[in-house]
Design a protein around this ligand. Sequence first.
Ligand code: NAP
Length: 300
Amino acid sequence: MRLLVTGSSGLIGRQLCLEASRMGYEVYAAEHKTDIEVGIPVKLDLLNVPSIESAYEESRPEVVIHAAALTDVDLCEKEPELAFRMNSNATAQIALQAKRNRAFLIYISTDYVFDGTKGMYKETDEAKPINVYGLSKLKGEEFVKEFADEWCIVRLSTPYGIHNKRRTFPEYVIEKLTKGEKLRVAYDQFTSPTYVPNFCRMLLEVAERGIQDIIHLSGSVRASRLDVAIKVAELLNLDRTLIEPTLLSELKLIAKRPKDSSLDVSKALQILKEKPMTLDAGLNAFIQNFYRLKAGDNIT
Ligand SMILES: NC(=O)c1ccc[n+]([C@@H]2O[C@H](COP(=O)([O-])OP(=O)(O)OC[C@H]3O[C@@H](n4cnc5c(N)ncnc54)[C@H](OP(=O)(O)O)[C@@H]3O)[C@@H](O)[C@H]2O)c1
Protein backbone atom coordinates (compact mmCIF):
# COMPACT_ATOMS: atom_id res chain seq x y z
CA MET A 1 0.00 0.00 0.00
CA ARG A 2 1.27 3.47 -0.93
CA LEU A 3 0.84 5.66 2.10
CA LEU A 4 1.37 9.42 2.46
CA VAL A 5 1.79 10.64 6.04
CA THR A 6 1.67 14.36 6.85
CA GLY A 7 3.26 15.53 10.11
CA SER A 8 5.69 12.62 9.81
CA SER A 9 8.26 14.16 12.16
CA GLY A 10 5.70 14.64 14.95
CA LEU A 11 4.85 12.49 17.94
CA ILE A 12 2.27 10.46 16.03
CA GLY A 13 3.60 10.73 12.48
CA ARG A 14 7.11 9.51 13.30
CA GLN A 15 5.87 6.36 15.07
CA LEU A 16 3.31 5.81 12.34
CA CYS A 17 6.02 5.86 9.64
CA LEU A 18 8.08 3.41 11.71
CA GLU A 19 5.16 0.99 12.20
CA ALA A 20 4.01 1.27 8.56
CA SER A 21 7.53 0.70 7.18
CA ARG A 22 7.92 -2.33 9.41
CA MET A 23 4.64 -3.69 8.05
CA GLY A 24 5.96 -3.35 4.48
CA TYR A 25 3.99 -0.28 3.36
CA GLU A 26 5.53 2.10 0.83
CA VAL A 27 5.73 5.13 3.10
CA TYR A 28 5.96 8.69 1.78
CA ALA A 29 6.79 10.95 4.68
CA ALA A 30 5.77 14.59 4.21
CA GLU A 31 8.64 16.79 5.29
CA HIS A 32 8.26 20.35 6.52
CA LYS A 33 11.00 21.86 8.73
CA THR A 34 12.32 18.77 10.49
CA ASP A 35 14.34 16.13 8.63
CA ILE A 36 12.56 12.83 8.07
CA GLU A 37 14.02 9.66 9.59
CA VAL A 38 11.79 6.96 8.07
CA GLY A 39 10.20 6.71 4.62
CA ILE A 40 10.62 8.54 1.32
CA PRO A 41 10.65 12.29 1.97
CA VAL A 42 8.25 14.55 0.02
CA LYS A 43 8.12 18.28 0.71
CA LEU A 44 4.79 19.60 2.04
CA ASP A 45 3.85 22.89 3.68
CA LEU A 46 0.28 23.13 4.94
CA LEU A 47 0.34 26.86 4.21
CA ASN A 48 1.32 26.38 0.57
CA VAL A 49 -1.37 24.81 -1.65
CA PRO A 50 0.92 23.96 -4.64
CA SER A 51 3.19 22.00 -2.27
CA ILE A 52 0.19 19.90 -1.16
CA GLU A 53 -0.64 19.20 -4.83
CA SER A 54 2.93 18.20 -5.67
CA ALA A 55 3.20 15.94 -2.59
CA TYR A 56 0.19 14.02 -3.95
CA GLU A 57 1.69 13.94 -7.45
CA GLU A 58 5.01 12.60 -6.21
CA SER A 59 3.59 9.96 -3.90
CA ARG A 60 0.39 8.94 -5.77
CA PRO A 61 -0.99 7.60 -2.47
CA GLU A 62 -3.73 5.04 -2.01
CA VAL A 63 -4.09 6.17 1.59
CA VAL A 64 -3.29 9.54 3.18
CA ILE A 65 -2.97 9.93 6.94
CA HIS A 66 -3.19 13.62 7.78
CA ALA A 67 -1.42 14.11 11.11
CA ALA A 68 0.19 17.54 10.56
CA ALA A 69 -1.39 20.32 12.59
CA LEU A 70 -0.79 23.26 14.86
CA THR A 71 -1.05 21.22 18.06
CA ASP A 72 -0.01 23.82 20.64
CA VAL A 73 -3.39 24.55 22.25
CA ASP A 74 -2.29 27.83 23.85
CA LEU A 75 -0.61 29.08 20.66
CA CYS A 76 -3.85 28.37 18.77
CA GLU A 77 -5.67 30.59 21.28
CA LYS A 78 -3.12 33.40 20.81
CA GLU A 79 -3.01 33.06 17.02
CA PRO A 80 -6.48 31.94 15.88
CA GLU A 81 -5.93 32.94 12.25
CA LEU A 82 -2.90 30.68 11.97
CA ALA A 83 -4.79 27.87 13.77
CA PHE A 84 -7.66 28.02 11.26
CA ARG A 85 -5.29 28.24 8.27
CA MET A 86 -3.34 25.19 9.41
CA ASN A 87 -5.94 23.00 11.05
CA SER A 88 -9.01 23.86 8.96
CA ASN A 89 -8.16 25.40 5.57
CA ALA A 90 -5.13 23.18 4.90
CA THR A 91 -7.24 20.14 5.80
CA ALA A 92 -9.75 21.26 3.14
CA GLN A 93 -6.91 21.24 0.57
CA ILE A 94 -5.69 17.82 1.72
CA ALA A 95 -9.27 16.52 1.37
CA LEU A 96 -9.79 18.04 -2.11
CA GLN A 97 -6.56 16.45 -3.31
CA ALA A 98 -7.57 13.10 -1.78
CA LYS A 99 -10.75 13.20 -3.84
CA ARG A 100 -8.89 14.21 -7.02
CA ASN A 101 -6.34 11.42 -6.50
CA ARG A 102 -8.93 8.81 -5.44
CA ALA A 103 -7.12 8.30 -2.14
CA PHE A 104 -8.66 7.18 1.16
CA LEU A 105 -8.14 10.03 3.66
CA ILE A 106 -7.70 9.46 7.39
CA TYR A 107 -7.82 12.67 9.40
CA ILE A 108 -6.47 12.68 12.95
CA SER A 109 -8.75 14.76 15.12
CA THR A 110 -8.99 15.29 18.84
CA ASP A 111 -11.02 14.80 22.03
CA TYR A 112 -10.90 18.62 22.30
CA VAL A 113 -13.80 18.86 19.82
CA PHE A 114 -15.99 18.12 22.89
CA ASP A 115 -16.89 20.64 25.60
CA GLY A 116 -15.93 18.27 28.42
CA THR A 117 -19.13 18.56 30.44
CA LYS A 118 -20.05 14.87 30.11
CA GLY A 119 -17.00 12.68 29.41
CA MET A 120 -16.81 9.22 27.79
CA TYR A 121 -17.96 10.72 24.51
CA LYS A 122 -19.24 8.45 21.76
CA GLU A 123 -18.67 9.06 18.05
CA THR A 124 -22.32 10.14 17.77
CA ASP A 125 -22.16 12.77 20.55
CA GLU A 126 -22.38 16.41 19.59
CA ALA A 127 -19.04 18.19 19.19
CA LYS A 128 -18.98 21.61 20.88
CA PRO A 129 -15.40 22.90 21.28
CA ILE A 130 -14.52 25.45 23.95
CA ASN A 131 -11.16 26.64 22.59
CA VAL A 132 -9.68 27.71 19.24
CA TYR A 133 -7.68 24.49 18.79
CA GLY A 134 -10.83 22.36 19.19
CA LEU A 135 -12.82 24.66 16.89
CA SER A 136 -10.14 24.63 14.20
CA LYS A 137 -9.88 20.81 14.32
CA LEU A 138 -13.70 20.46 14.18
CA LYS A 139 -13.77 22.73 11.13
CA GLY A 140 -11.10 20.38 9.69
CA GLU A 141 -13.47 17.43 10.32
CA GLU A 142 -16.26 19.29 8.52
CA PHE A 143 -14.04 19.96 5.48
CA VAL A 144 -13.02 16.29 5.34
CA LYS A 145 -16.70 15.26 5.20
CA GLU A 146 -17.47 17.95 2.62
CA PHE A 147 -14.55 17.51 0.23
CA ALA A 148 -13.18 13.95 0.47
CA ASP A 149 -14.99 10.96 -1.07
CA GLU A 150 -13.58 8.18 1.07
CA TRP A 151 -12.61 9.25 4.55
CA CYS A 152 -12.28 8.33 8.18
CA ILE A 153 -12.06 10.77 11.09
CA VAL A 154 -10.07 9.31 13.96
CA ARG A 155 -10.25 11.08 17.33
CA LEU A 156 -7.30 10.75 19.68
CA SER A 157 -6.83 11.82 23.30
CA THR A 158 -3.61 12.70 25.24
CA PRO A 159 -1.02 10.62 23.40
CA TYR A 160 2.12 9.50 25.23
CA GLY A 161 5.12 7.77 23.74
CA ILE A 162 8.76 8.15 22.96
CA HIS A 163 9.99 10.85 20.64
CA ASN A 164 13.49 12.14 20.03
CA LYS A 165 12.48 15.81 20.32
CA ARG A 166 9.24 15.82 22.32
CA ARG A 167 8.87 14.63 25.88
CA THR A 168 5.42 13.34 26.79
CA PHE A 169 3.89 13.44 30.26
CA PRO A 170 5.01 10.03 31.68
CA GLU A 171 8.61 10.82 30.72
CA TYR A 172 8.35 14.19 32.50
CA VAL A 173 7.06 12.40 35.60
CA ILE A 174 9.92 9.86 35.51
CA GLU A 175 12.49 12.66 35.14
CA LYS A 176 11.13 14.71 38.02
CA LEU A 177 10.65 11.80 40.40
CA THR A 178 14.03 10.20 39.71
CA LYS A 179 15.68 13.59 40.43
CA GLY A 180 13.67 13.81 43.67
CA GLU A 181 11.90 16.98 42.45
CA LYS A 182 8.32 17.97 43.26
CA LEU A 183 5.78 18.33 40.47
CA ARG A 184 2.34 19.93 40.38
CA VAL A 185 -0.22 17.85 38.57
CA ALA A 186 -3.88 18.63 37.83
CA TYR A 187 -6.44 16.27 39.33
CA ASP A 188 -9.57 17.84 37.85
CA GLN A 189 -9.10 17.29 34.10
CA PHE A 190 -9.92 13.88 32.63
CA THR A 191 -8.94 12.42 29.25
CA SER A 192 -8.24 8.97 27.76
CA PRO A 193 -4.42 8.68 27.75
CA THR A 194 -3.27 6.84 24.64
CA TYR A 195 -0.05 4.89 24.09
CA VAL A 196 1.21 6.05 20.68
CA PRO A 197 2.34 2.65 19.24
CA ASN A 198 -1.06 1.15 20.16
CA PHE A 199 -2.79 4.12 18.45
CA CYS A 200 -0.64 3.72 15.32
CA ARG A 201 -1.40 0.02 15.01
CA MET A 202 -5.16 0.71 15.35
CA LEU A 203 -4.84 3.48 12.78
CA LEU A 204 -3.05 1.24 10.28
CA GLU A 205 -5.76 -1.38 10.72
CA VAL A 206 -8.34 1.31 9.88
CA ALA A 207 -6.26 2.17 6.79
CA GLU A 208 -5.85 -1.42 5.67
CA ARG A 209 -9.50 -2.35 6.13
CA GLY A 210 -10.75 0.94 4.66
CA ILE A 211 -12.94 1.60 7.70
CA GLN A 212 -14.94 4.77 7.05
CA ASP A 213 -16.89 7.27 9.18
CA ILE A 214 -15.78 8.52 12.63
CA ILE A 215 -13.98 6.35 15.17
CA HIS A 216 -12.49 7.07 18.60
CA LEU A 217 -9.02 5.52 18.89
CA SER A 218 -7.61 6.16 22.34
CA GLY A 219 -6.69 4.34 25.52
CA SER A 220 -9.64 2.55 27.11
CA VAL A 221 -9.35 4.17 30.55
CA ARG A 222 -10.54 7.63 31.65
CA ALA A 223 -7.85 9.22 33.81
CA SER A 224 -6.56 12.53 35.14
CA ARG A 225 -2.94 13.64 34.90
CA LEU A 226 -2.72 12.90 38.62
CA ASP A 227 -3.88 9.31 38.01
CA VAL A 228 -1.18 8.91 35.35
CA ALA A 229 1.57 10.40 37.54
CA ILE A 230 0.64 8.17 40.49
CA LYS A 231 0.52 5.10 38.26
CA VAL A 232 4.00 5.87 36.88
CA ALA A 233 5.34 6.32 40.44
CA GLU A 234 3.76 3.00 41.51
CA LEU A 235 5.05 1.04 38.52
CA LEU A 236 8.61 2.30 39.10
CA ASN A 237 8.48 2.34 42.87
CA LEU A 238 9.26 6.07 42.98
CA ASP A 239 8.30 8.55 45.72
CA ARG A 240 4.70 9.56 45.02
CA THR A 241 4.66 12.12 47.84
CA LEU A 242 6.60 14.41 45.46
CA ILE A 243 3.45 14.65 43.32
CA GLU A 244 1.38 17.67 44.37
CA PRO A 245 -2.26 17.53 43.29
CA THR A 246 -3.40 20.86 41.91
CA LEU A 247 -6.43 22.42 40.26
CA LEU A 248 -6.16 22.92 36.50
CA SER A 249 -7.06 26.60 37.03
CA GLU A 250 -3.93 27.04 39.17
CA LEU A 251 -1.72 26.14 36.21
CA LYS A 252 -2.80 29.44 34.53
CA LEU A 253 -2.98 28.05 30.99
CA ILE A 254 -4.04 30.42 28.21
CA ALA A 255 -6.72 28.32 26.51
CA LYS A 256 -9.66 26.75 28.34
CA ARG A 257 -9.44 22.95 28.60
CA PRO A 258 -12.47 20.64 28.56
CA LYS A 259 -12.89 19.21 32.07
CA ASP A 260 -13.64 15.70 30.89
CA SER A 261 -12.96 14.90 27.24
CA SER A 262 -12.49 11.16 27.77
CA LEU A 263 -13.57 9.02 24.82
CA ASP A 264 -15.80 5.97 24.65
CA VAL A 265 -13.91 3.35 22.61
CA SER A 266 -16.63 0.66 22.44
CA LYS A 267 -16.72 0.88 18.65
CA ALA A 268 -12.94 0.30 18.34
CA LEU A 269 -13.13 -2.52 20.92
CA GLN A 270 -15.89 -4.14 18.93
CA ILE A 271 -14.55 -3.90 15.40
CA LEU A 272 -10.73 -3.78 15.57
CA LYS A 273 -8.33 -6.67 16.05
CA GLU A 274 -5.81 -4.30 17.68
CA LYS A 275 -7.69 -3.24 20.83
CA PRO A 276 -7.36 0.05 22.75
CA MET A 277 -4.95 -0.57 25.65
CA THR A 278 -5.72 0.02 29.31
CA LEU A 279 -3.69 2.66 31.17
CA ASP A 280 -1.74 -0.03 33.04
CA ALA A 281 -0.83 -1.94 29.89
CA GLY A 282 0.09 1.23 27.98
CA LEU A 283 2.25 2.67 30.76
CA ASN A 284 3.97 -0.68 31.30
CA ALA A 285 4.85 -0.87 27.60
CA PHE A 286 5.96 2.78 27.65
CA ILE A 287 8.24 2.24 30.66
CA GLN A 288 9.82 -0.88 29.17
CA ASN A 289 10.53 0.95 25.92
CA PHE A 290 11.81 4.03 27.73
CA TYR A 291 14.42 2.06 29.66
CA ARG A 292 15.38 -0.07 26.65
CA LEU A 293 16.01 3.12 24.72
CA LYS A 294 18.11 4.53 27.56
CA ALA A 295 20.12 1.31 27.49
CA GLY A 296 20.83 1.96 23.79
CA ASP A 297 18.33 -0.35 22.10
CA ASN A 298 16.09 0.71 19.22
CA ILE A 299 12.58 1.99 19.91
CA THR A 300 9.68 -0.33 19.17
N1 NAP B 1 -0.58 15.83 20.88
C1 NAP B 1 -1.81 15.76 21.36
O1 NAP B 1 -2.03 15.93 22.58
C2 NAP B 1 -2.99 15.40 20.45
C3 NAP B 1 -4.21 15.04 21.04
C4 NAP B 1 -5.27 14.72 20.20
C5 NAP B 1 -5.11 14.79 18.82
N2 NAP B 1 -3.92 15.18 18.29
C6 NAP B 1 -3.80 15.29 16.82
O2 NAP B 1 -2.88 14.30 16.38
C7 NAP B 1 -2.17 14.78 15.23
C8 NAP B 1 -0.69 14.58 15.43
O3 NAP B 1 -0.27 15.33 16.58
P1 NAP B 1 1.23 15.27 17.13
O4 NAP B 1 1.15 15.42 18.60
O5 NAP B 1 1.95 14.14 16.51
O6 NAP B 1 1.80 16.64 16.52
P2 NAP B 1 3.27 17.28 16.73
O7 NAP B 1 4.16 16.35 17.44
O8 NAP B 1 3.04 18.65 17.26
O9 NAP B 1 3.78 17.38 15.21
C9 NAP B 1 3.21 18.27 14.31
C10 NAP B 1 3.67 17.89 12.92
O10 NAP B 1 3.10 18.81 11.99
C11 NAP B 1 4.14 19.27 11.13
N3 NAP B 1 3.88 20.63 10.68
C12 NAP B 1 3.80 21.75 11.43
N4 NAP B 1 3.58 22.81 10.65
C13 NAP B 1 3.51 22.36 9.37
C14 NAP B 1 3.30 22.95 8.12
N5 NAP B 1 3.11 24.28 7.98
N6 NAP B 1 3.31 22.19 7.03
C15 NAP B 1 3.50 20.84 7.11
N7 NAP B 1 3.69 20.20 8.27
C16 NAP B 1 3.70 20.96 9.39
C17 NAP B 1 5.39 19.23 11.97
O11 NAP B 1 6.55 19.21 11.13
P3 NAP B 1 7.79 20.23 11.39
O12 NAP B 1 8.28 19.92 12.78
O13 NAP B 1 8.75 19.86 10.33
O14 NAP B 1 7.23 21.62 11.28
C18 NAP B 1 5.19 17.93 12.75
O15 NAP B 1 5.62 16.85 11.95
C19 NAP B 1 -2.59 16.24 15.04
O16 NAP B 1 -3.53 16.31 14.01
C20 NAP B 1 -3.23 16.62 16.36
O17 NAP B 1 -4.22 17.60 16.18
C21 NAP B 1 -2.84 15.46 19.06
